[in-house]
Design a protein around this ligand. Structure first.
Ligand SMILES: C[S@@+](CC[C@H](N)C(=O)[O-])C[C@H]1O[C@@H](n2cnc3c(N)ncnc32)[C@H](O)[C@@H]1O
Length: 251
C-alpha cells in the first residue's frame, strides 16, 4: 500500500479486514467492532483498578483486550497466551491482537501456548491470572485448573459458562457435538458448586463469586437461542469468581 494513504484511513481499512472478538479502544474515537460486549464483561470480572507493579497472565487472550487493559492499569509485565484462535483454526485469528498491540505500543508478551502446557518452570508465577471464557472449551478442565494453580501467586479471575444450576450437588454438564451454542469446541460446564470444588481441589481455598448468574426469574423469561432448548438454557448462566490460595497476599 502507498505510504501516501493517510494513516487513519489505512487503520480503518486494516480494522475492517479483521474479524474482531473484542471491542478495543484504540484512541481517537476508534473502537474495534468486536462481536463480544467486552466493556460489559470488564465490569463483570471486577479486575482490580490498580495493578501497578503486578505480573499478569491472560489465558486465551484472543484479541488481547484484557491484556492491554491490565497493562493500562499499571501491570509491570503481562503475558498473553492463546492457541486455537491464534492458529487460525477458529472463528478469528491473531491479526486483531497484533494490530492492537502495535497500535497501542504495547509491551504485552504474546506466547502461542495451550493452557495445558503452562508450567511454573517455564513461565514463573503471576500475581494475577485471567482465565476468561475458556474453561468450557477444554476437554480436560481439571487438568487445566491444576496447571493454572501452579502459575498463580495470588489472584485467579475465572469467568465461565455454568450449567445445571438447578442441581444441589457438585456437577458438570457434558456437551455432545455442537450442543452448546452450536460450537464444537465446547465440552463441559460445571455448576457453581462443581466449579467451587474443582478450584478447591487444585488448591484455591478461597473462592468468591463476584458476578453471579442471572436470577432464575430472568433465566425463565429469556428467549432460547435454539428451538427446543428453553429448559436447558434456563439452567445455564455465566459466572465470575475470584479465587486465592490460603497463602496468597491480597492484590
Ligand atoms: C471465548 S474466547 C475468550 C477470549 C477472552 N479470554 C475473553 O474472555 O474475551 C476463548 C479463547 O480461548 C482460547 N482457547 C481455547 N482453548 C484453549 C487452550 N487449550 N489453551 C489456551 N487458549 C485456548 C481460544 O483460542 C479463544 O481465544
Amino acid at each position: 500500500m502507498s505510504s501516501r494513504v493517510p494513516s487513519s484511513s489505512s487503520l480503518s481499512q486494516r480494522i475492517e479486514a479483521i474479524r474482531w472478538f473484542h471491542r478495543i479502544d484504540l484512541g481517537d474515537g476508534v473502537v474495534t467492532p468486536g462481536l463480544d460486549d467486552t466493556p460489559a464483561k470488564l465490569q463483570r470480572i471486577q479486575l482490580p483498578q490498580d495493578l501497578t507493579g503486578k505480573s499478569v497472565l491472560d489465558i486465551g487472550a484472543w484479541d488481547g483486550f484484557f491484556s492491554f487493559e491490565a497493562e493500562r492499569r499499571g501491570a509491570k509485565h503481562v503475558t498473553a497466551i492463546d492457541s486455537y484462535c491464534w492458529s487460525d483454526e477458529g472463528w478469528g485469528g491473531k491479526q486483531g491482537f497484533d494490530l492492537a498491540h502495535s497500535h497501542l505500543n504495547s509491551q504485552v508478551t504474546p506466547r502461542h501456548l495451550e493452557v495445558e502446557q503452562l508450567s511454573r518452570e517455564e513461565l514463573g508465577g503471576h500475581d494475577v491470572v485471567l482465565f476468561l471464557g475458556v474453561l468450557y472449551h477444554l476437554k480436560h478442565p481439571l487438568l487445566a485448573l491444576e496447571k493454572i494453580a501452579e502459575v498463580t501467586d495470588d489472584l485467579l479471575i475465572l469467568e465461565t459458562k455454568v450449567d445445571l444450576l438447578n442441581s444441589k450437588i457438585p456437577a458438570m454438564a457434558f456437551y455432545r457435538d455442537r450442543e452448546l451454542n452450536r460450537d464444537p469446541t465446547n465440552w463441559w460446564a460445571p455448576n457453581l458448586l462443581g466449579l467451587e470444588h474443582m478450584l478447591r481441589s487444585v488448591g484455591f481455598d478461597q473462592v468468591k463469586v463476584v458476578s453471579p448468574p442471572k436470577s432464575i426469574w430472568a433465566r425463565l423469561l429469556r428467549k432460547p437461542t435454539q428451538p427446543g432448548s428453553w429448559w436447558r438454557e434456563v439452567r445455564q448462566g455465566r459466572v465470575t469468581v475470584h479465587a486465592r490460595k490460603a497463602t496468597s497476599s491480597q492484590t
